[in-house]
Design a protein around this ligand. Structure first.
Ligand SMILES: Cc1ncc(COP(=O)(O)O)c(C=O)c1O
Length: 375
């Protein structure tokens, strides 16, 4: 039977994530994977989950298992509002920040509209923008018409690992004000800083036109699928209506647990340990790259987050190299997947949070060997 006639006109624009395709094929625990953006399991507060669950059930009873408000439970919105110094009315809870990206795309984009974004860009965002048939242009291409918003990850970018300077953030704000467009500030890594000084957020610079997306995935556990949007009430109102048909409400038990975890100070205590763990892993990866990579290979020095970005000599093709790498037991993501035009085939993204420290040295050594033969 030909099923293709059943699909909507949006379906041909859906992009498959090459990263997720890798996970479908490979048992991550069996190889040395620098590919995904998975947090380290040791950072999850696993031992606190039973008492946290018991506490929430004792405090909220069946309410914790019932449907909740579409904006999110008040307790969680209040904790987030306090932490980031905004009114509760400017906080919408989302079922993860990926949903935050998608719901913003759905509310703001018409087919043919333009999103200005970093190039390379986070794949999940690209998937949402394309699913609503928007075009994605680089931030420097402000001459395009129909520009709807600027999408940026100012802190510890996925995939590049870069952090925008204050001047770069001010420039984004200047462009957005000049074109009178919105800014989506995707900020899942901001709290994971290992060195350097925090820079003002874009929301702090232009709260009137910024929707800032936050996430519990990297500071609590991604399995909870919880995030939030901070933004102007008029914009959140429409997002609230849209979210009614997406999921009615974010997961309620998860929200109460997150509220308890964040509100009690346990999240901050866990964050201290998480940051120390990731700083060690980042530094280890940087020192191993220094030790093993052949000359002509360069990389970014991320001040936080989970990724760094490698640039290999011109002509080396990380897409072509991939099968060999995988068969020898090491995985990465080819950098060209993050470019809308598939260019920059001599780049790759490496994740340093997921791989155990013990596996990191053999993994980088192997990768360096594969690269040396390709140069
Ligand atoms: C930049 C960025 N935004 C959003 C997400 C989605 O995170 P989540 O949906 O788990 O909150 C990720 C995940 O890796 C990311 O890197």
């Amino acid at each position: 039977m030909d099923y293709s006639k059943f699909f909507s006109a949006d379906v041909p624009s859906f992009l498959r994530s090459p990263v997720r395709e890798i996970f479908r094929k490979v048992d991550l625990s069996a190889i040395c994977s620098f590919a995904g953006g998975y947090p380290a399991a040791v950072t999850f507060p696993t031992d606190q989950i039973p008492s946290l669950t018991a506490k929430v059930l004792e405090k909220y009873g069946t309410k914790a298992l019932q449907y909740g408000a579409t904006q999110g439970v008040p307790e969680l919105r209040e904790v987030i509002a306090r932490r980031y110094g905004v009114p509760v009315s400017q906080v919408q809870i989302t079922t993860s920040s990926q949903q935050g990206i998608d719901v913003c795309s759905r509310v703001f984009l018409n087919p043919g509209d333009v999103v200005l974004a970093d190039n390379p860009v986070y794949l999940g965002a690209l998937q949402s923008f394309k699913a609503y048939r928007a075009e994605v242009h680089s931030i420097s291409e402000t001459v395009a018409s129909n520009i709807k918003f600027i999408y940026v990850i100012p802190d510890f970018n996925n995939p590049s690992g870069k952090t925008m300077t204050l001047e770069e953030r001010e420039e984004v704000v200047r462009v957005a004000r000049e074109l009178d467009i919105l800014i989506i500030e995707d900020s899942p890594y901001r709290e994971l800083r290992y060195s350097g000084e925090p820079v003002k957020t874009i929301r702090e610079l232009a709260s009137e036109r910024t929707l800032q997306l936050g996430s519990f995935s990297k500071i609590f556990a991604p399995g909870f699928r919880l995030g939030w949007i901070i933004g102007p009430e008029e914009l959140l109102e429409q997002i609230y209506v849209c979210k009614q048909c997406l999921d009615l409400c974010p997961p309620v038990l998860d929200q109460y647990m997150a509220a308890e975890f964040m509100g009690s100070g346990a999240l901050d205590a866990n964050l201290v340990k998480t940051i120390a763990e990731y700083r060690r892993r980042r530094d280890l990866m940087l020192s191993l790259l220094e030790k093993y990579m052949p000359s002509g290979v360069s990389w970014t020095y991320p001040e936080g987050g989970l990724f760094l970005w490698l640039t290999l000599p011109e002509g080396v093709d990380t897409v072509a190299m991939y099968d060999e790498a995988l068969s020898r037991g090491v995985a990465y993501v080819a950098g060209s997947f993050f470019y809308t035009d598939g260019s920059h085939r001599n780049t790759m993204r490496l994740n340093f949070s997921f791989v155990d420290e013990a596996k990191m040295e053999p993994g980088i050594k192997l990768l360096a060997d594969i690269i040396s033969h390709a140069v």
